[in-house]
Design a protein around this ligand. Structure first.
Ligand SMILES: Cc1cc2nc3c(=O)[nH]c(=O)nc-3n(C[C@H](O)[C@H](O)[C@H](O)COP(=O)(O)OP(=O)(O)OC[C@H]3O[C@@H](n4cnc5c(N)ncnc54)[C@H](O)[C@@H]3O)c2cc1C
Length: 471
C-alpha cells in the first residue's frame, strides 16, 4: 500500500452533482481539497439525469410574476409525498435551492424554453418552480465545468480520476482518511474531513436485493452508482434507512432479462400519453384505472403488484392508431414482438395468454369486460373514462412491464450540518454526506416531487463547501 499523507483539509468522494459544488466552494474558501473519482470523467449522474431542478423565490419567477416561497415549496413536496420527506434536510435543501439556481445562472446556465413549469413527468407543483436547461443534466455540468476545471488547473483542487474509494480509515472513533484503489494499487489518503458524495446504489443489484427484495431491480442509471459511500459509512456504524419509502417509476422493461441494469422506459406517464391499452397483472386481471391523471396513482398501483409487474395488452387496431408506447423507432419496436421475451404477439387471446404464462380464461374475461365498458361508455370496476377502441382485432399484443428506477431509496442518515449519524443519533466525527448517498427518499419521501434529487444534491454539496465544513 502506498501512503499519500498530505494532510488534506477535505477529501471528497465522487465528482458528481454534489461533489463538484462541494469542491468548488471548499477550494474557493482556501481548503486543500482532494477529490477522488472512480470514473475517468467528472459529472457522475449529470451524464444521465434529465437535469430538472426545483427552487422557490428565484429571479426568474420574480420576472414572470410567479409568487413563491420556500415554505410553499416545502408544503408542496410534503403534499406530493404524503409528508414523508425528511423535514430537517428537506427544509435545508429547499430553503437554499434558489441560491443554487442563481449561482448556476451566474455560471452561465440557461433555461430551456418552457421552463419554469409546474410539472413535467411528475405530480405537478402548485406553481411554476421546475427548471431545466437545453441539454438535460449536461446543461448543469457545462455550467459547473469551467470554474471547476480552473480550480483543478490552479492546483486548488487535486482531482484523482479513476480512483475508487474502498473504505474509511477510522482511528479513535474519528474518520481520518480513506483507502482507495488507483492504478491497481491500494492507496491511503489522510485528511481532516471526508465528504461522501458518491451517489446512490441503483447500479448494485446485491445491495438493492438486500434492501428491497420484493421489488426486483430494473434500473436506468450511472453504472458507478454502486453504493460504495453508503457501505463504507455503514461499516463504521452509520445509520442507513429509507428503503421502505421506495416508489417505482411507471414503467419499464429489462432489455436483457438477466441484467437488472438494462432498464428501458415505456412511454406511459399519463401526463404525456393517455392509455389506449389495458393493464393486467400477473393473474391476468386489471388492477387500476389506466387513464387516471395522476402519475403518483400509477406508480403506487404498480408498486403494489407482486414483483411490480404488469402486462400492457392491446390489439392491432390500438397498436396502429395509438401514440407510440416506447421511445424506440417504430421498426425497432415492431421487431421486438417475436424477438424479445417481454413482447408477445398472437392471433388469439388464449394463444397470447399462453405466451404470457397466464390463465387464458382470466385474460379473456378482463378483455371482454373492458370491451363491454367501451360499448357502454362506462367502466364500472375502475371508472376509466378514456376508452376509444375495443380490443377485438387480431393479432393481439402484450408487453411485460415492471416498475423501473433511476435512483436508490435507502441512504445514510445525517444531521442539519450534514454530519453522518450512527443508529443512536451520535455523530461520526469528520464524516459528512450529501446527494443521493443520503438516500433518494430522504429528500423526496415516498413520491416524486420534481427536481428533488438533483437540486438537493447540488445545494447540499454547495452548503458543505461554502460553510458547513471547517478545517
Ligand atoms: C436517468 C436519470 C434522470 C434523472 N433525472 C432527474 C431530474 O430530472 N431531477 C432530479 O432532481 N433528479 C434526477 N435524477 C436523479 C439525480 O440526477 C441524482 O440523484 C443526482 O444527480 C445524484 O447526485 P450525486 O452527487 O449524489 O451522485 P452522482 O452525480 O452520481 O455523483 C457521484 C460520483 O461519485 C463517483 N463514485 C461512486 N463511487 C465512488 C467511489 N467508491 N470512489 C470514488 N468515486 C465514486 C461516481 O462515479 C460519481 O461521479 C435522475 C437520475 C437519472 C439516473
Amino acid at each position: 500500500m502506498s501512503s499519500k499523507n498530505k494532510n488534506w483539509d477535505v477529501i471528497i468522494i465522487g465528482a458528481g452533482s454534489s461533489g463538484i459544488p462541494a469542491a468548488i466552494f471548499a477550494a474557493q474558501r482556501g481548503a486543500k481539497v482532494l477529490q477522488v473519482e472512480a470514473d475517468n470523467r467528472i459529472g457522475g449522474t449529470l451524464h444521465w439525469s434529465s437535469g430538472q431542478m426545483a427552487a422557490a423565490g428565484t429571479s426568474v419567477q420574480a420576472k414572470l410574476g410567479i409568487e413563491d416561497s420556500p415554505q410553499a415549496h416545502y408544503d408542496d413536496v410534503q403534499r406530493i409525498t404524503d409528508n414523508t420527506m425528511d423535514p430537517v434536510l428537506g427544509k435545508l435543501a429547499i430553503d437554499n435551492a434558489a441560491d443554487t439556481i442563481e449561482w448556476l445562472f451566474e455560471l452561465g446556465f440557461e433555461l430551456a424554453p418552457g421552463s419554469p413549469e409546474a410539472g413535467v413527468v411528475h405530480e405537478p407543483y402548485t406553481v411554476r418552480r421546475y427548471y431545466w436547461g437545453n441539454n438535460e443534466g449536461i446543461s448543469v455540468l457545462d455550467a459547473l465545468r469551467p470554474t471547476y476545471e480552473k480550480l483543478v488547473s490552479d492546483n486548488k483542487i487535486s482531482l484523482q480520476m479513476s480512483t475508487k474509494m474502498n473504505s474509511l480509515i477510522v482511528e479513535n472513533d474519528e474518520v481520518v482518511g480513506i483507502h482507495a484503489t488507483q492504478d491497481g494499487l491500494t492507496v491511503e489518503y489522510r485528511g481532516k474531513n471526508v465528504v461522501l458524495t458518491s451517489g446512490g446504489y441503483a447500479a448494485n443489484n446485491d445491495l438493492w436485493q438486500e434492501f428491497n427484495p420484493e421489488q426486483p431491480l430494473c434500473s436506468f442509471c450511472n453504472p458507478y452508482s454502486r453504493g460504495d459511500g453508503m457501505v463504507a459509512a455503514r461499516e463504521h456504524g452509520a445509520k442507513v434507512d429509507g428503503e421502505d419509502k421506495f416508489l417505482c417509476t411507471f414503467a419499464g422493461w429489462r432489455e436483457d432479462a438477466d441484467d437488472p441494469l438494462s432498464g428501458q422506459f415505456f412511454n406511459l406517464a399519463p401526463n404525456q400519453r393517455r392509455a389506449w391499452e389495458i393493464y393486467v397483472n400477473a393473474s391476468g386481471e386489471r388492477f387500476m384505472r389506466e387513464d387516471h391523471p395522476s402519475i403518483d396513482y400509477h406508480e403506487n398501483s404498480l408498486l403494489n403488484q407482486p414483483n411490480m409487474k404488469m402486462f400492457i395488452v392491446c390489439d392491432s387496431g390500438i397498436l396502429q392508431n395509438a401514440p407510440p408506447i416506447t421511445y424506440l423507432p417504430e421498426d425497432e419496436f415492431k421487431a421486438k414482438f417475436g424477438s424479445h421475451p417481454n413482447f408477445y404477439k398472437a392471433d388469439s387471446i388464449p394463444e397470447l395468454a399462453e405466451q404470457m404464462g397466464i390463465d387464458g380464461a382470466i385474460l379473456q374475461n378482463s378483455i371482454d369486460e373492458f370491451n363491454q365498458s367501451v360499448r357502454n361508455g362506462k367502466d364500472p370496476t375502475f371508472g376509466r373514462e378514456f376508452m376509444l377502441r375495443e380490443i377485438n382485432q387480431g393479432p393481439y399484443y402484450a408487453m411485460g412491464a415492471q416498475g423501473i428506477t433511476v435512483c436508490s431509496p435507502a441512504g445514510i442518515a445525517a444531521d442539519e450540518n450534514l454530519r453522518v449519524l450512527r443508529e443512536d443519533g451520535s455523530v461520526i466525527k469528520n464524516l459528512y454526506a450529501a446527494g443521493e448517498v443520503l438516500g433518494f427518499t430522504r429528500l423526496t419521501g415516498k413520491g416524486f416531487a420534481g427536481g428533488m434529487s438533483l437540486t438537493p444534491a447540488l445545494t447540499l454539496g454547495r452548503l458543505l463547501g461554502q460553510k458547513l465544513l471547517s478545517w
